[in-house]
Design a protein around this ligand. Structure first.
Ligand SMILES: Nc1ncnc2c1ncn2[C@@H]1O[C@H](COP(=O)(O)OP(=O)(O)OP(=O)(O)O)[C@@H](O)[C@H]1O
Length: 599
């Protein structure tokens, strides 16, 4: 990373953290600076003491009284400022942390498609962000610490220059300590890496030797001596780099201290010499003496600041990466068209292909299909045939890597993804268990109607989920999920039926997808449910709704208008159940095979 990029990233990080803090709670953000004010006031302590000493030497009681008064006032005001700042900081860290968590959730939800969820790099970054929840709040904390540290460093150096410019040389003598920071960090990293494997081996050998199973084998096979030998080797290999590091760290620190105190001592001796000859005031020498300890801390503070800035930039950088990446994905989906109110022709797939990122083989290849408006289409095929991928292309969750999906003749990519999705309904194999009231958990399938009991009851009926309603104690108002007060848990099948009912909430979607929502049920129940959906779908014919039923069970889809058989990402047959059976092809063979399994 070049210096320019580093500076640009740091400036973006600072703008992000400060901007967010100010936007979230402007007054609190301002109060956070109270601590810095307290630090700056604290820096003046040696100045008052020097005045006091100078007053004492000159028998000036007024100066002594003023210096003592200022000293005490500074302590009081400084502590009050620090207290105010710290209180404001704690609240602000939480606010900023929550704000960033909410923004991360909103950013990931704003991505119109799901192909990025197959990108390992995207997933890694998201995983780190999930694990580091609230870390951006802590980054603000780091920023404030750095600000306080920096105020201290600048103040001490400025005071030292005030005492006598020669004291700046003592400050410069601290630079080797700053430079040693990155070198020590590198050594530390190397030592940790070198110790990691032998450390794991030592822990493993220790566990083997002391576990009941391992202990038995060790005795039976006479492994005690070799095990002890290997443990000793592993332990030696583990601590050797650590001891080496400790020795080198000590040497570096001693050298750094010798340089600093050598230069600072020489400067002080020079100052004292000048004070004796009257060329320098006693106040200046006192101030210089009082500052030596603080000057020595400057290099350590700068080292911490450099280290913290790097960590802060990394954390903020991940968030900024997410901002850029989601913006890039959104920009790639530039469709703005509105979908039709109702389908008149239907969906046409033209030579549609899809290849998952990083995969050589396409999951779908050259799929051409006509799904007429108002029809019920069953997608069948064995595991991995490409059914869910096809559904994701139709719902716009994925974009074809070749070919096109047309909606009443218009390319789906030209439609606004959000508008298109608002005209879909569905139930999926990996559905969410919404721990709301039972009514809400179904009602959210059509947000404007989430409290419409009549609509919810109808959806429960069409989703064959009425039995779930009668099995719970407070009907639609029953809280789901045992972690909530009076919450009840449901069986896997009951959750599934609620998911299906949710998919029935939207009355006249353009496309309704039922993607193996019944996979966990037995074949006979699935058959019965699919028949029921097909009957419910006939209500949508007038509205042009296309109902897509997905299953890998061939026996359950006889009621569909069209059965599409997928195999290895290609359409191998399509037609009505009767046509496919009479054709005696792939469908007929597999139908017979599966039917035999159920006899
Ligand atoms: N997220 C993914 N990343 C990479 N490859 C995937 C992904 N999802 C599916 N595939 C691959 O694409 C092919 C089609 O998978 P798809 O899930 O569409 O099949 P399916 O017919 O729905 O299978 P099932 O009946 O098991 O749900 C398979 O080879 C699968 O391994």
């Amino acid at each position: 990373m070049g210096v320019l990029t580093g500076v640009r990233n740091l400036s973006r990080t600072l703008r992000l953290l400060v901007g967010t803090s100010v936007r979230v709670a402007p007054w609190q953000a301002l109060l956070c600076l109270g601590e810095t004010g307290g630090v700056i006031l604290g820096l003046l302590q040696p100045l008052y003491l020097a005045w006091f000493v100078a007053g004492a030497v000159g028998h000036d009681t007024r100066q002594m009284a003023l210096a003592a008064g200022a000293f005490v006032a500074q302590i009081g005001v400084g502590r009050a400022l620090v207290w105010l700042g710290m209180n404001a900081r704690f609240g602000q860290l939480e606010r900023v942390g929550y704000e960033f968590d909410a923004r991360i959730a909103a950013l990931t939800a704003s991505v119109p498609t799901i192909d990025h969820l197959d990108d390992p790099h995207f997933l890694d970054q998201l995983q780190i962000m999930r694990e580091e929840r609230g870390s951006l709040g802590l980054a603000l904390n780091t920023l404030l610490n750095n600000l306080n540290g920096l105020a201290g460093v600048v103040g001490v150096v400025a005071l030292a220059a005030t005492a006598d410019p020669r004291m700046l040389l003592a400050a410069v003598a601290g630079i080797p300590g700053v430079l040693a920071g990155p070198i020590l960090a590198r050594w530390q990293g190397r030592a940790e890496a070198a110790a990691a494997e032998p450390g794991r081996l030592a822990a493993h050998l220790l566990q083997v030797g002391t576990s009941p199973a391992g202990g038995g084998e060790v005795r039976v096979f006479g492994l005690a001596d070799p095990l002890r030998g290997r443990l000793a080797d592993a332990t030696h290999a583990w601590w050797k780099p650590k001891v080496g590091l400790a020795v080198r760290e000590s040497v570096v620190n001693v050298v750094v201290q010798v340089i600093f105190f050598g230069v600072a001592g020489a400067m002080l001796a020079w100052l004292v010499h000048d004070a004796v000859s009257g060329a320098v005031s006693v106040a200046s020498v006192t101030l210089a003496l009082l500052l030596v300890g603080r000057l020595q801390g400057v290099s350590g503070t700068l080292r911490d600041i450099i280290h913290n800035v790097a960590a802060m930039s990394r954390t903020a950088g991940r968030y900024l990466w997410l901002v850029d990446e989601t913006a890039r994905i959104r920009a790639a989906h530039h469709g703005v068209g509105t979908p039709p109110d109702r389908l008149s022709q239907g969906l046409v797939l033209e030579q549609v292909g899809y290849r998952y990122p990083g995969h050589d083989r396409p999951a779908l290849d050259g799929v051409s299909l006509v799904l007429p408006a108002g029809s019920v289409v069953a997608l069948v095929g064995e595991n991995g045939a490409g059914k869910s991928t096809l559904v994701n292309l139709i719902t716009g969750m994925l974009r074809p890597t070749s070919g096109a999906v047309r909606v009443d003749g218009r390319d789906l990519t030209g439609l606004d993804p959000g508008s298109w999705r608002s005209r879909l309904a569905g139930a999926f194999q990996d559905h969410q268990r919404w721990e709301l009231t039972l009514g809400q958990s179904v009602g959210i399938g059509d947000l404007p109607k989430r409290d419409d009991e009549e609509a919810i009851r109808r959806a429960l009926h069409e989703g064959a989920a009425e039995a779930v309603l009668t099995s719970v104690p407070r009907g639609l108002h029953t809280q789901l999920g045992v972690s909530w007060p009076d919450g009840v848990d449901l069986s896997g099948g009951q959750w599934q039926r609620l998911a299906i009912a949710r998919g029935m909430m939207r009355r006249q979607p353009l496309v309704r997808v039922l993607d193996e929502p019944t996979a966990a049920l037995d074949a006979a129940t699935e058959h019965q449910l699919f028949d029921q959906y097909a009957r419910a779908a006939s209500g949508g014919r007038q509205a042009g709704t296309i109902t897509i039923l997905v299953t890998h069970r061939f026996s359950t889809v006889a009621a569909a208008d069209q059965v599409v058989v997928l195999d290895h990402g290609r359409v191998v047959e399509h037609g009505t159940h009767a046509e496919l059976i009479s054709r005696g092809g792939h469908y007929s063979d597999l139908y017979e095979l599966q039917a035999r399994g159920y006899r």
